[in-house]
Design a protein around this ligand. Structure first.
Ligand SMILES: [Zn+2]
Length: 482
C-alpha cells in the first residue's frame, strides 16, 4: 500500500546525480533514486512520459543530426527495451523552469542558480511523490563543448547522445553502478566512456523498474511458472509489467490490483512455507490459493505489506499439506508494476508431528442431504482431531470423519481439521461445503393424467415455491409503497 502523504510535504526534490568527466568532481553527492521511507525505487507510473527537448536545431552536428534530434534518438533507445513506460520526445524551444510540471532537457550555465560541479557536464533533477517520479529536468552545462558522434570519446567534446542516454537513465530512476562498488560496462557509470549504447547492465536496471516490452509468460493462472523446492530457500525473479487480472480472480492483499503473475508449487511434504517479495522493485501484493480454476480459488494466505505503508514488500507463511498444489499470485498495489523477487522458504515438519496424508475434500450437498468430511493422518499416537467451521471449533467434532446430516444453507462455508499429538499439531487446508437448492418441479398440469403417486396433497416443493412467490409479492408491495 501507499504511504499517505500530507499535501504540504508531498513533493520531494532531489538532484539525482551528475555525470562527471573524471575523478574528483563532487558537488552532487546527494542521490535520492530510492524513496528512503519505503526502500523502493522512485519511478514513473505506467504510461507515457513526455520530455520537452529544448537543446536546439540550428547547428548541424558531426553525425548530421541536431541536438534535439540526437537527444530524441537516445529516448527511443530506452523505449526499445522498456515495458511499462514510454518516453515521448517533444522537440521544442525555450528555456527550462524548475517544478513547472514539464520534463525539460535544456542547456544552461547553472542548475537553477546552483553552480555545476567542476567536472560536471549535465545534471538530472527530480520531483517525486511517494514512490512516484512526477517531474524531472536534465540540464546540460552550456559552458562545455558539445557535438553528436559515436565511439571513442573525443577529448574536450561531449557527445550529446550518450550524455542524454545516461541522464535519461537518471530520469527513469537509475543510479551509477560504479559508485555502488560494481565494475560493469554501462552507460550509467558516473564517468563518460566509449560506451554510447545501452549495455546489458543498463537494460537490466531499466527493466527491473519498468519490465521488458510484452506480456509476461506467467500472466495467466493456467500458465503459472512451476517451482520445485523440497527444503530450504529458493529465490525466483520475474515481473508483472503489462500483466492482467483474469475474470473471477480474487484480490490479492485486499487490493484490486490488476497486473498479477502466477507461480505454482506442489508440497513434497508437510511443512511451513514462507514467501516474501523483499527486493522487488515496486509495491507488491501476494496471495496463495488452492483450487484448479482462477474463478473458484480457496484463499490460504494473502498479504499486502510487511509493515503497512512502510515496508511495502509482502510476506506470508502457511502450513503446506503434502501433495497439495499451491498457486501463488504476485500483483501490485493499485496496479503498480515492475521487477519481482519472490523468495520461497520451506521447512518440512519434524518427524514427530502428525502428517496429513489425505486432506478433507470440498463437498457439494443438496439442502437436507448429508455432507461428510474426512482426513487421513499419520504420526505418533494417540492422534486427536478437532474440526472447525469458518474458523470456530465445532463442539463434539473430534474424529477423523465429520458428518453433517440434514444440511442447510447455514452449513455452507469452510471446514478445516486440526490433527494433534504430543509433538504438535497440523491444520488442514480449508475444504468448502457448497449447499445446493434443487430446481423447482415442473408446473402441475390440470389433466392429472397418469401421475400416480402423490394423491391430492401438494408436494413440499410446490409449497416452497408458493412461499417464494408470496415473499416476492410482499417485496413488490413494499417496493411500491416506498
Ligand atoms: Zn549520472
Amino acid at each position: 500500500m501507499k504511504t499517505p502523504t500530507s499535501s504540504g510535504k508531498r513533493l520531494r526534490f532531489a538532484t539525482l546525480a551528475a555525470l562527471l568527466l573524471s575523478l574528483g568532481g563532487g558537488g552532487w553527492a546527494f542521490v535520492f533514486l530510492i524513496n528512503s521511507n519505503t526502500g523502493l525505487p522512485i519511478k514513473w507510473p505506467a504510461g507515457g512520459v513526455p520530455i520537452h527537448i529544448m537543446l536546439g536545431t540550428d547547428r548541424e552536428l558531426s553525425d548530421g543530426s541536431t541536438f534535439n534530434a540526437s537527444a530524441a534518438v537516445a529516448a527511443e533507445m530506452w523505449n526499445e527495451v522498456l515495458g511499462s513506460v514510454r518516453l515521448m520526445p517533444i522537440q521544442t524551444a525555450g528555456s527550462s523552469a524548475q517544478n513547472n510540471g514539464r520534463n525539460e532537457l535544456a542547456f544552461a550555465s547553472t542548475v537553477y542558480g546552483q553552480q555545476f560541479g567542476e567536472n560536471t557536464v549535465a545534471v538530472a533533477t527530480g520531483f517525486s511523490q511517494g514512490n512516484e517520479r512526477i517531474e524531472s529536468d536534465i540540464i546540460f552545462n552550456s559552458a562545455r563543448t558539445w557535438d553528436s558522434y559515436r565511439g571513442f570519446v573525443r577529448p574536450g567534446i561531449n557527445d550529446i547522445r550518450r550524455v542524454t542516454l545516461h541522464e535519461l537513465g537518471h530520469l527513469l530512476g537509475l543510479d551509477h553502478p560504479d559508485e555502488a562498488g560494481q565494475s560493469v560496462t554501462a552507460v550509467m557509470n558516473s564517468r563518460i566512456s566509449g560506451v554510447d549504447w545501452l549495455a546489458p547492465d543498463d537494460i537490466e536496471g531499466g527493466q527491473s523498474l519498468y519490465g521488458p516490452p510484452g506480456i509476461p509468460a506467467n500472466d495467466q493462472f493456467a500458465n503459472a511458472t512451476p517451482v520445485t523446492l523440497s527444503e530450504g530457500r529458493l529465490t525466483v525473479t520475474g515481473h508483472n509489467t503489462n500483466a492482467t487480472k483474469e475474470a473471477g480472480e480474487p484480490n490479492h492483499g485486499e487490493n484490486p490490483g490488476g497486473s498479477s503473475v502466477w507461480w505454482r508449487w506442489t508440497a513434497p511434504a508437510q511443512g511451513t512455507m514462507a514467501l516474501e517479495t523483499r527486493g522487488s522493485y515496486y509495491d507488491t501484493t501476494l496471495g496463495v490459493y488452492i483450487g484448479n480454476s482462477v474463478s473458484a480459488l480457496t484463499t490460504i494466505a494473502t498479504n499486502d505489506d510487511i509493515n503497512p505503508g512502510i515496508i511495502q514488500a509482502s510476506s506470508l507463511s502457511f502450513t503446506a499439506i503434502r501433495n497439495t498444489t499451491y498457486h501463488i499470485a504476485v500483483d501490485g498495489w493499485d496496479r503498480d508494476t515492475g521487477g519481482i523477487t519472490l523468495a520461497f522458504n520451506f521447512t518440512p515438519a519434524t518427524a514427530a508431528v502428525p502428517v496429513i496424508l489425505s486432506p478433507p475434500a470440498s463437498v457439494v450437498a443438496p439442502q437436507g442431504g448429508t455432507a461428510t468430511f474426512a482426513v487421513t493422518a499419520e504420526g505418533a499416537g494417540p492422534l486427536s482431531y478437532q474440526w472447525s467451521f469458518n474458523g470456530t471449533a465445532i463442539n463434539g467434532a473430534t474424529n477423523a470423519v465429520y458428518t453433517i446430516n440434514g444440511v442447510s444453507s447455514a452449513n455452507a462455508g469452510q471446514y478445516r481439521v486440526t490433527v494433534s499429538n504430543a509433538a504438535g499439531s497440523v491444520t488442514s487446508n480449508p475444504a468448502t461445503l457448497t449447499v445446493t437448492t434443487p430446481a423447482p418441479p415442473p408446473p402441475v398440469t390440470g389433466g392429472g393424467g397418469g401421475g400416480g403417486g402423490g394423491g391430492g396433497s401438494p408436494s413440499a416443493w410446490f409449497l416452497g415455491a408458493l412461499l417464494v412467490l408470496t415473499l416476492v409479492r410482499l417485496r413488490q408491495l413494499r417496493a411500491r409503497r416506498a
